[in-house]
Design a protein around this ligand. Structure first.
Ligand code: SD4
Length: 327
């Protein structure tokens, strides 16, 4: 009885029958296709780094039956508003000219995508990215155009350079030595994936990019397929770390495609990292991925130790260090 109910539930939630990343079919002796049930693990949210407030906020949206898209936007906004997080939103470290320029993107269950790159003065790029996705005929707005669109859409311009980040930048200018630091701190770029009660997946990624980057530099985070990719048939992936390396391997798209071919989220993240390290010198930079499949299974992996992902399932935050290539 219990078993029948369990299978029924699995089917009703739309998780169907999953082993690893895939709904599989078994052929019986009569050559009929039979489905095997695995407990769906959703709703659930996973984010890069130790961001319990962000994942808890996203979870609260999911728990009430809200969409994964709303959960992503609300969750990302927490870090964007947190001035102590110097890699995202207000308080982010500036480029080498002292300007805080923000990148963000969002993807929904239908594969719609919106992004802003190199945008100044607006502290919630994730929400502007969503507006680009929903209210414009385009998918990506850059620089002054993105800022103009944001202001016209009702966002308030403000100075994003905080005292703490300005002081650090002034200190940096004494040497002007550009050398991004691995795992620069606990809080970092936030890449977030969520699966809601309907089993629909959305994702977002928001960052101030690498500290003291050249003016105009854009990394992986707002670029579809690199910093983030969602295919609601399969799952999603998002990245943090040295954007140049993620861009060159189109990391998040790669991971989703690997899941499509049958890899678990964990295996797919590991392969994504291997593509980068197989190219040679990876001593001086970090890259990390997190991924989620249609049954809510998650994975995470990084080049170097020190990266952690935060998962919220059933309202409980769990932050633990991910496995890494270079232990
Ligand atoms: C970038 N991937 O702009 C971002 C930065 C980042 O941890 O994730 N830092 O390249």
């Amino acid at each position: 009885m219990k078993r029948r109910k369990f299978i029924q539930n699995a089917t009703l939630t739309g998780a169907g029958v999953a082993v690893g990343a895939h709904v599989i079919s078994c052929t019986t002796e009569k050559k009929e296709k039979t489905k095997i049930a695995v407990v769906p693990e959703f709703p659930k949210v996973i984010a890069t780094w130790n961001v319990p407030n962000a994942t808890e906020t996203a979870w609260k949206v999911l728990e009430k039956g809200g969409s994964s898209l709303d959960a992503i936007e609300q969750g990302c906004r927490i870090e964007e508003a947190d001035e102590r997080n110097q890699s995202v939103g207000k308080g982010g470290r500036p480029d080498r000219d002292g300007n805080v320029t923000l990148d963000a993107c969002i993807m929904d269950k239908n594969g719609n995508y919106g992004a802003v790159v190199c945008m100044q003065h607006i502290k919630h790029p994730i929400s502007v990215a969503r507006k680009v996705m929903e209210d414009t005929p385009h998918v990506l707005l850059a620089g002054k155009g993105a800022e103009k669109f944001a202001i016209e859409s009702g966002f308030q311009p403000e100075d994003l350079l905080t005292e703490a980040s300005r002081k650090e930048w002034e200190k940096w200018r004494e040497t002007s030595n550009y050398a991004p630091v691995i795992n620069i701190e606990n809080h970092d770029t936030i890449g977030m994936l969520a699966i809601d009660k309907n089993g629909d997946i959305a994702g977002g990624c928001t960052t101030s990019g690498l500290a003291y980057k050249m003016a105009g530099r854009v990394g992986d985070s707002p670029i579809v397929g690199s910093g983030l990719f969602i295919d609601n048939e399969i799952g999603g992936a998002t990245a943090t770390g040295m954007g140049e390396e993620v861009l060159k391997t189109v990391g998040s798209f790669l991971i989703v495609e690997l899941m499509r071919q049958g890899r678990s989220p964990q295996e797919a993240c590991e392969e994504g990292i291997k593509r980068i390290v197989s190219k040679g010198n990876f001593d001086n930079f970090q890259v990390a991925y997190v991924a989620m499949n249609k049954s809510g299974e998650t994975g995470s992996y990084s080049i170097h130790s020190g990266f952690s992902a935060t998962i919220n399932h059933n309202g409980i935050n769990n932050n633990k260090e991910s496995m890494s290539f270079n232990k």
